[in-house]
Structure formats: structure tokens, C-alpha cells
Design a protein around this ligand. Sequence first.
Ligand SMILES: Cc1cc2nc3c(=O)[nH]c(=O)nc-3n(C[C@H](O)[C@H](O)[C@H](O)COP(=O)(O)OP(=O)(O)OC[C@H]3O[C@@H](n4cnc5c(N)ncnc54)[C@H](O)[C@@H]3O)c2cc1C
Length: 463
Amino acid sequence: MTAPERQVDLFVIGAGSGGVRAARIAAGYGARVVVAEEYRVGGTCVIRGCVPKKLLVYAARFREAFEDAVGFGWSATAPTFEWADLIANKDREIARLEAAYMTTLGKAGVEIVKSRAVLEDAKTVRLEATGERIRAEHILIATGATPHLGPAIPGIEHVISSNEALHLDTLPARVLVQGGSYIAVEFASIFAGLGSQVTLVYRGDNILRGFDDDVRQHLRVELEKRGIHVITGNTVAAVEPCGRHFTAHLSGSMQVAADAVMFAIGRPPAVRGLGLESVGVRLAPNGGIAVDEYSQTSVPGIWAVGDVTNRINLTPVAIREGHAFADTVFGGKPTRVDHRCVPTAVFSEPEVGTVGLSEAQAIAEIGDVDVYKTSFRPMKATLSGRDTTVLLKLLVDAATGRVVGCHIVGEGAGEMIQLVGIAVRMGATKADFDATMAVHPTASEELVTMRQPTLRHRRKAAE
Ligand SMILES: Cc1cc2nc3c(=O)[nH]c(=O)nc-3n(C[C@H](O)[C@H](O)[C@H](O)COP(=O)(O)OP(=O)(O)OC[C@H]3O[C@@H](n4cnc5c(N)ncnc54)[C@H](O)[C@@H]3O)c2cc1C
């Protein structure tokens, strides 16, 4: 085998959220950095995740806005919607962002190569596009995760993932979405908002597994109010083409007619074919690359950040991990990422915002927990006449008064939880919340005005 053609300080595999940040910061510390990307610079978040999805979410929300406007004196003149315009505008914005990412990396002195890259040994990477082999003092694996469609059921070839859903030629009149994850409920909301008839099929007993049970139930009811048919305890067993449409056969023997069938049932870490086994990079039991608290893998000099490590699969987490890696390895500042208390949102309609423990987790971890919960009709619904309610919930450690969880379902929940997240992370107590003046009239003011617990969980007295 010939010697590698050249040597760099850092080779990053994958120009997504984690890889781009790590490459830019490392280059800022003076490292010679190459980043390889097999698809498009920006990764999942920018190209086929958070950003295009949120643009579609905005589009979908106009339906309610037009309907609600009537109660406020506006006369709606039957607005029409063009899917092709939305997708073209969305694609233009994504292309602009991709170009901006490339410019930023270029200005930082990072070399971008458009190729799939694989490990050849612990210090060498091979570019599949050219066959070039590059030696690197450090290698960062930031390959993210990819949608998987589950077992090869009959008709699986007709099923799309979120990747294809962002590029459909036309808006399907009827959509079946399988999954209970945040991506599944977000796409169900998008299609419903844009006018599709949506069926959401989930194998478990309720959507959004892992979220607070009140949030799960509240959102399910709200989705149903918006016309989404939620079928739980079922899976799609077969997808049968019927002309230009499909019949989905469910495990419970129901049948659902659909023009598009989308699965959002998981995103395993993208580890396949990277050459990990041959160089000794170990995987964790959850299929992600096993790393220590500094994102170092089992092989010294090989590091991994973001979804490929399957820790918390969110863009800000991948970015923080990439930044911490660069600080640790090239900035002389060993930096760990704190994965506790990560606020997050689900951009369904209505939105969910959550930080900290669910009620079940709080009971399991703390035991003595006070629950403050309220559900009410938002002021806007009084004139719009919309049948919707907001949910606000705080979980408080009864011994210390610390707020250990906050859960919101309603308009603006994502924006609210970003700010509540600061207080919860700092260890704010219920008394701190109470001492904060309300902002009136808002929905979130209830977070500082809930006086009495609705429920008190107490460990049984010592037996
Ligand atoms: C539909 C959808 C919606 C989402 N919405 C949100 C949201 O609202 N908020 C949020 O925080 N997160 C959201 N996420 C999750 C978020 O996109 C990811 O957590 C984030 O992108 C992870 O960043 P990463 O750097 O680990 O990987 P990615 O961003 O996935 O980047 C990995 C890159 O590596 C490339 N690659 C893979 N293998 C190779 C190889 N061998 N050689 C070269 N290149 C390779 C890939 O092409 C990809 O560009 C969403 C995800 C999806 C799918």
C-alpha cells in the first residue's frame, strides 16, 4: 500500500451540525483541517431536518391563522395554497444556507472535500471519490444518523422517510404517517395544516414516548381536534399499490387508503461501512459510537460527536459537542458537555416545549414531588372560537422547592421553553418562579401564578 498523500491535524467525516462546528473552531486554533461530506454541506439539520421542516411548519400554520382571523373581523377570501411554490422557496433558502456554511468554513481555512470518507487505519482516512488517502493526527466522526424504515414488509419500496417528504412533487391528498416520535407528529401536523387528510399510526399506547404523560395525552387530543386520525397499538404490516394510490394494511386488520405513506420510526447512527471494526472503534449498546465525556472513542485520536454517538440527538447538542471537542483537543481547554436539562421543542400544531424531568421520571428519581398543572383556553381562542387548550405543568422537588421539570403544550411553547430552560438549569425554585412578576396578558404568566399543587406525590413512610 502506498503512503498517504498528505498529513493534516484534523480530518472530520461529515459536514453536519457537529462536524462543521468542530472543523471551524479547530481551524480557528490554527489546526490544518479537512472535512469530507458525501451529500450536502450543512448536514441533516440544514438540508433535510430542522430548517426545511420548520419552514414547512410555518407554511402549515397559515391555515389556522386564516380561519382564526374571521373572529377578529377579517373576512377570509378562500386563500389557496401551492405546494410547488413552497418547496421551490424552501429549496432556495436551503441552497443559500448551504453556500453560507461553505463560505464560513472556507474563511476559517477549512478544506471541504465532497466525498464519502472511510477509516483505513487509526490515523488514515480514504476518500471514496478519488481514492486519496489522508493521514490525520485526529479524526472526528460526525456522520450523524439516517432514517430507517424498519422490517422489509410487503410494499416497503413505496414507503418514504422524512427525506423524501421534503421533496414530494405534489401535496398528497391523504397521508399515512407511521411513528410516534417528534418527527412523526411534526410531519403529521404539517400535512394536516396544508390540507391533507392525515392518519398517524403508532405501535405503542400513545405518541411521544419518553415525554411527560400529560403532554402526550394533551397533544394527542389536540391533534385529533385538528382532524388527524391517531391509531395507536398498530403497525403498518403491508403497503399495497392500488393504481396511483396505496392501501396500508395495519397489524390490527384495519386498512387505510393513502396517496403517500411515510415512516418516521427511528434514525440509527450512521456507522455502517465506516471501517470502525477494523480499527477497533467500539459501539455502545444503543448502536452509537461509544465515547467518553470528552467524545473520545475507544481508539486514541479518534473522536465522535453528534447523532452518531446516540446521546441526545438534537442539533444544539451536536454543535456543543463539536465545539467542546475542538476546545479540548486544539484549544488546550478540556471541555465536557453537560447533557442534563436539555430544553427541547416539538413543532407540532400545537407546539410542545419541555425541559427537565417528566412526572414519572421525577417520581422515580426524587420521590416526593409536587405537581402544578393547569389547562385553559387561550385568550386568542375566545374570539377565534377555536377548540383548543393550553397545558402548563411544573414539577417541583418537594424537599428543596426546586423546579425539576417544565412542560408546555400550546402556541409559542418552543420559544417559552428556551427561557424557562435557563431558570430550571440554574436550579430555580418554585418560590423563584412565584417571586417573578407575571407578564400580562400571556399564556406563560400561568407559570408564575400557579399557587397550589394539583397533586402531591410522597414516598410511603419508611416501612
Ligand atoms: C426531519 C428532522 C427534523 C429535525 N428537527 C430538529 C429540530 O427541530 N431541532 C433539533 O435540534 N434537531 C432536529 N433534528 C435532528 C438534527 O437534525 C440532528 O440532531 C443533527 O443534524 C445532528 O447533527 P450531526 O452533526 O450529528 O449529524 P448530521 O447533521 O446528520 O450530519 C452528518 C453528515 O455526515 C455526512 N456523512 C455521513 N457519513 C459520511 C461519510 N462516510 N463520509 C462523508 N460524509 C458523511 C452526512 O451526509 C451528513 O451531512 C431533526 C432531524 C430530522 C431528520
